[in-house]
Design a protein around this ligand. Structure first.
Ligand code: BTN
Length: 225
């Protein structure tokens, strides 16, 4: 597979959208000028973090919505190997010590699935809701080695997801799920309050509300204050 390292770019997502690369291509940038997250949010992309996107063929996947969870679990497996205790904040985020260490963004363009990962590795300072590995253990890491190990984990998870679907992942992700059994607010209009019961077979979230169990396919959850 192709690996493209760039010094600086607006967004690695856009590189894969604007040019024709073969499936499997990975684009990495040291910095992004316009790194973005879900729902038009900005993704801080100063030097020190790992910012990459890779291209998948949507026709190879029976189910697309659980992809961020599958990628998030792969990031967790990598972090566990390093001795960390990560959790998954449904549906796109990986957390360490209650702060965001990694975000996943999956965008679709015709048959292309453009999967972006922002991973806080060596940054010394970040906004209060975010954390880097360096901020946890004081170790500066080689970004190339980090990327290569991370991609091994992601490949492995994606192969299993392609052949077996989401069901083998459900329990493994639930084990790491943030707010499990707790009362959360889903930021819908109006907001929905419920107890986070777990995942359903397709990776959607099950909330137990006053009107019964509700299946949620997207949205942001926070702990009820
Ligand atoms: C989120 O937390 O909402 C997802 C963040 C995804 C950030 C990555 S960094 C590499 C790729 N390029 C982007 O502009 N965004 C993704």
């Amino acid at each position: 597979d192709y690996l493209v390292w760039l010094e600086e770019v607006d967004s690695t997502q856009d590189v894969l959208k604007s040019f024709e690369f073969p499936f499997g291509t990975v684009v990495v940038a040291k910095r992004q000028r316009k790194g973005r997250g879900r729902q038009g949010r900005e993704w801080h992309s100063q030097e020190g973090g790992l910012y990459f996107s890779f291209l998948l063929n949507s026709e190879e996947f029976k189910e697309v919505p659980p992809l961020p969870l599958v990628i998030g679990l792969a990031v967790c497996n990598y972090l566990i190997e390093l001795g960390f205790y990560p959790s998954i904040k449904w549906v796109n985020d990986v957390y360490l010590k209650g702060k965001k260490v990694c975000g996943v963004l999956v965008e679709k363009q015709k048959e292309k699935l453009i999967c972006g990962v922002g991973f806080n590795v060596n940054q010394e300072t970040l906004p209060p809701e975010a954390i880097s590995l360096y901020m946890v253990d004081g170790v500066k890491r080689d970004l190339r080695k980090t990327l290569s190990s991370l991609l091994d984990h992601i490949d492995k998870s994606l192969e299993e997801f392609k052949s077996s679907g989401f069901s083998p992942f459900k329990d493994r992700i639930e084990e790491r799920l943030m707010f499990l059994g707790q009362e959360v607010i889903l930021m819908t209009e109006p907001p929905t309050v419920g107890i986070l019961k777990g995942l359903s077979e397709d990776g959607s979230l099950i909330l137990q509300t006053s009107k019964g169990d509700v299946k949620v396919i997207s949205g942001d959850i926070t702990l009820r204050p």
